[in-house]
Design a protein around this ligand. Structure first.
Ligand SMILES: [Zn+2]
Length: 291
């Protein structure tokens, strides 16, 4: 991952890049005396970025276009509206994820362990990314990942998984608000999906065993039991690994019908589904890459 991030920072034409792995903060968001560059990509890259030298030629004029670097919560919030830099790299002041890796009981109910107060939410990062990108008259592509849903699920951390899903949901709300304020769904396509499922939380009464077999698939459809608003659903995790369970895909707006057309594969229980590589193919068809 640090290699990919370094490549995106030094060689790509991206306008916005944000992520975790701040070398000067620990997983609780507290400053370190000795930096740890392991999750970032090395000290040389860090120095070049923070001194304003890092960045390839984005606009094709033959000159490098360095990144504007932000890391404080105040900076993220200040750039959520109004004038924005051409290229923005945002690195919240925490070592790994935003909140999922914080200290305290990882198996506690949602919201019972205090949150780190010095990092933005995924929704705030999304608002800032949209504010940088929407200056482009040709439109833009933005990918937002709620990546720690997966980490919480690997740990079978029900409470933290719920917190992460809710944070992701709020990021989707930001996108919906942006679309509705900026020309509506005839101009913009939003896709909400997952790259895979992890942990397979099901109802305690489901008979399913991992891995799924054709005969266990129907039983496996027993979702966690809804115990009402504000209560943690009753569920049992079936694995600490990724699974091949089908995941939902929601699409709304311009071109969404092409996703439905591409959903040509068939599951005996769930019905039609789309191969995840066909999602990318459909997006490229709708928004060809510049040559
Ligand atoms: Zn994973």
């Amino acid at each position: 991952m640090p290699d990919i991030a370094a490549d995106l920072l030094c060689n790509s034409r991206l306008d916005v890049l944000m992520g975790g792995g701040h070398p000067w903060y620990d997983r609780q968001g507290l400053p370190l005396e000795i930096p740890d560059f392991r999750f970032f990509g090395g000290q040389a890259l860090w120095d070049s970025l923070t001194q304003g030298h890092c960045g390839a030629d984005r606009d094709g004029d033959g000159n490098p276009d360095p990144w504007t670097f932000i890391d404080s919560l105040e900076q993220f919030r200040a750039l959520a509206s109004g004038p924005a830099p051409d290229r923005l790299f945002g690195l919240p002041r925490v070592r790994e994820t935003l909140q999922q890796g914080r200290e305290g009981r990882v198996l506690a109910p949602p919201d019972s362990v205090p949150f780190i107060a010095t990092v933005p939410t995924l929704a705030e990062m999304t608002a800032t990314a949209l504010n940088v990108l929407d200056a482009d008259p040709d439109g833009f592509f933005l990918m937002v990942e709620g990546g720690a849903v997966d980490w919480a699920s690997h740990g079978n951390q029900t409470g933290r998984m719920i917190e992460e899903m809710r944070d992701f949901n709020r990021a989707v709300d930001q996108v919906v608000e942006w679309v509705e304020r900026n020309g509506g769904w005839k101009r913009t396509l939003s896709i909400v999906t997952a790259d895979h499922e992890t942990g397979r939380p099901t109802s305690p009464s489901a008979e399913s065993r991992w891995p799924l077999t054709p005969s266990s698939r129907k039983a496996d459809l027993l979702n966690p039991e809804n115990r009402g608003r504000g209560a943690v659903p009753d569920l049992v995790w079936r694995t600490v690994r990724h699974t091949n369970a089908l995941v939902p895909l929601y699409a709304k707006g311009a071109g969404s019908k092409y996703l439905m057309e591409s959903a040509q594969r068939k599951d005996p229980v769930r019905g039609r589904f789309i191969d995840n590589t066909d999602i990318a193919r459909t997006v490229f068809r709708l928004m060809p890459l510049p040559r």
